[in-house]
Ligand binder design. Structure first.
Ligand SMILES: *Cc1c(COP(=O)(O)O)cnc(C)c1O
Length: 411
């Protein structure tokens, strides 16, 4: 074991930023009023929520009246899909999404199927991109809604959202995007991109856990998911998470101010990691696209190893990484995203996601790659499959199909 702790799992959550905590503190202590109350302390809380809403709306080019706070990215996705589907079922009952969405979208779609809606789960190409031609071909007379994520949480692929939204609108279909991973990392303008609904979550960008937002374009009809009081203009009941909302806006504001510089810095770290792994670790394959990829995402498959053993050995070296998504770790099923980009089960199981954050340094990246190389050498020495391969009794899967430049097949 080591005292070193290197956190490379920023796609699963991020540390709360100091500035966000400072902004939250009054609302966790002295300013504890309920925003619905009529005395001054209530007004202070109400004003803080209103200000946070203005900030977040302006960052994405929305009106404040189009931004609704929720408890999470998962709630926002559920609200967008279920709320829209039920409010618009008179117009049709078909929904289009992609096979690589977060479970909050996929499982909401499955719930809608039980309610009588039909859902098309679009396949993606080998880099995880939805093909616009496939998207257009899937649209039917009765299609009411499409939901495609802005950036994937496992392999970092950035989808052609503006192009897909344009196609959707040409056919009178509304467009939702799960922007939880993209928010704060890439510029977003809901008008320019043609987005009708957008989900985001604070804890993925340096804000607190348990607060999200759903942008709903004016004129888009969405049924309530949470009924009760008149909060959020009667659209989403529950006493506001005042401190969380304030911390969310602070973290988002900082992320937008620092976006260009931080993007370039993280991109250099990412590409250093990718190039070193491809050069130094045999039987490795970069998953996802290299060009259309979040600057903080590194995702590799390694042949002849088993992912859990790799993650545990890395954890013993102080490295916090994941196999792809927090939702699939702890289960033996390979990631639905890696299967959707065409990885066979054997190598989908041996995958690693390292996601860079604001605190990550070049030294951290070098330590990660050094540790990974040593770990894989160890694991392969113990692997019967690797022994077979070395004896010439087994063919490398990665050698067979991955695109050149994205794989290392040299021993
Ligand atoms: C994390 C995540 C969510 C869920 O957000 P929570 O706030 O954790 O519920 C949804 N979609 C994507 C792409 C995510 O990465």
């Amino acid at each position: 074991m080591t005292d070193r702790l290197i956190y490379l799992d920023n796609a699963s959550t991020t540390p709360l930023r100091k500035e966000a905590l400072d902004a939250m503190m009054p609302y966790l202590t002295t300013e504890f009023g309920n925003p619905s109350s009529l005395y001054p302390m209530g007004h202070h809380a109400e004003n803080a929520v209103a200000e946070a809403r203005d900030t977040l709306a302006s960052l994405i080019g929305a009106k404040s009246s189009e931004v609704f706070f929720t408890s999470s990215g998962s709630e926002s996705d559920n609200w967008a899909l279920k709320g829209f589907a039920h409010a618009n079922k008179g117009k049709g009952n078909h929904i289009i999404t992609s096979a690589i969405e977060h479970h909050a979208v996929l499982h909401a779609c499955q719930a809608l199927e039980k309610d009588g809606f039909e859902v098309t789960y679009l396949p993606v190409d080998a880099e995880g991109l939805v093909r616009p031609a496939d998207f257009e071909a899937a649209i039917r007379e009765d299609t009411i809604l499409a939901s495609v994520m802005m950036a994937n949480n496992e392999i970092g692929t950035i989808e052609p959202i503006a192009e897909l939204a344009k196609i959707a609108h040409e056919h009178g279909v509304a467009f939702h995007t799960d922007a939880v991973q993209a928010f704060g990392h890439v510029p977003i303008d809901v008008d320019e991109m043609g987005i009708d609904m957008l989900s985001s979550s604070a804890h993925k960008l340096g804000g607190p856990k348990g607060v999200g937002l759903l942008y709903i374009r004016r004129g888009i009809k969405v049924d309530n998911l949470i009924d009760g009081g008149q909060q959020e203009r009667g659209r989403r009941a529950a006493t506001e998470n005042v401190a969380g909302i304030v911390g969310y806006a602070k973290a988002a504001e900082l992320a937008w101010n620092e976006m260009d510089a931080e993007h370039d810095r993280q991109l250099a770290l990412r590409d250093h990691a990718i190039k070193r792994i491809l050069a130094e670790i045999p039987h490795s394959k970069l998953n996802g696209s290299w060009e259309s990829r979040l600057a903080n995402n590194v995702n590799f498959s390694f042949e002849f190893i088993e992912g859990e053993g790799m993650l545990l050995q890395l954890a013993a070296k102080g490295l916090c990484t994941s196999s792809g998504s927090a939702c699939t770790s702890g289960s033996l099923d390979p990631s639905h995203v890696l299967l959707a980009i065409g990885l066979p089960h054997e190598i989908a199981h041996g995958s690693l996601r390292a996601t860079i954050g604001r605190d990550t340094t070049m030294e951290d990246i070098d330590y990660m790659v050094d540790s990974l190389a040593a770990t894989l050498r160890n694991l392969r020495m113990m692997s019967p499959l690797y022994e077979d391969f070395e004896r010439g009794n087994y063919d490398s899967i990665i050698a067979g199909y991955a695109a050149d430049g994205m794989k290392n097949v040299h021993a």
